[in-house]
Design a protein around this ligand. Structure first.
Ligand code: FES
Ligand code: FES
Length: 152
């Protein structure tokens, strides 16, 4: 598989290991969160082949030969933030930050497919990503503002 564009080889003995634990504990990619473990909240969302996938119940063999993107892999090559990440900051869409990686990645997958969304479409795309700080309005604002970047 690749993780954030870098090839990663996993020995057979690790293929049943939980993906979220592998990312956090072996690769130190701690943006991904292990929260509800029921695919209900979206905090564990990463992109797998450009689709937003909740990985709390996934094991490594589920992403064999796939491209996995975590929030740490979203920044630009020069280390600056991706416009969508920047919009979350600029629009005050981050409070405690717990939901943010899953929100940003889910919005990223959505905007790649829908670069000119209405607010209602953005709301629907993110409706099952839960923010316990309830900053939903600013999150929608940020995604709407960043959508311009995806039209280029
Ligand atoms: S931790 Fe996976 S959806 Fe909540
Ligand atoms: S910013 Fe705190 S959970 Fe969303």
């Amino acid at each position: 598989m690749t993780i954030n564009k870098k090839p990663v080889e996993v020995p057979d003995s690790m293929k049943e290991r939980k993906l979220v634990e592998f990312l956090r504990e072996e690769l130190d990619l701690t943006g991904v969160k292990n929260a509800c473990e029921m695919k209900s909240c979206g905090a564990c969302a990463v992109l797998v082949n450009n689709k937003s996938i909740r990985i709390c119940n996934s094991v490594l063999k589920d992403v064999e030969n796939c491209d996995v993107l975590t929030i740490e892999g979203m920044e630009n090559e020069d280390g600056t933030l991706h416009p969508l990440q920047k919009a979350f900051i600029d629009y005050g869409a981050i409070q405690c930050g717990f939901c943010t990686p899953g929100m940003v990645l889910t919005a990223h997958a959505f905007l790649m497919e829908n670069p000119k969304p209405t607010r209602e479409q953005i709301r629907k795309a993110l409706q099952s990503n839960l923010c316990r700080c309830t900053g939903y309005q600013q999150i929608i604002d940020a995604v709407e503002a960043a959508s311009e970047f995806y039209r280029k």
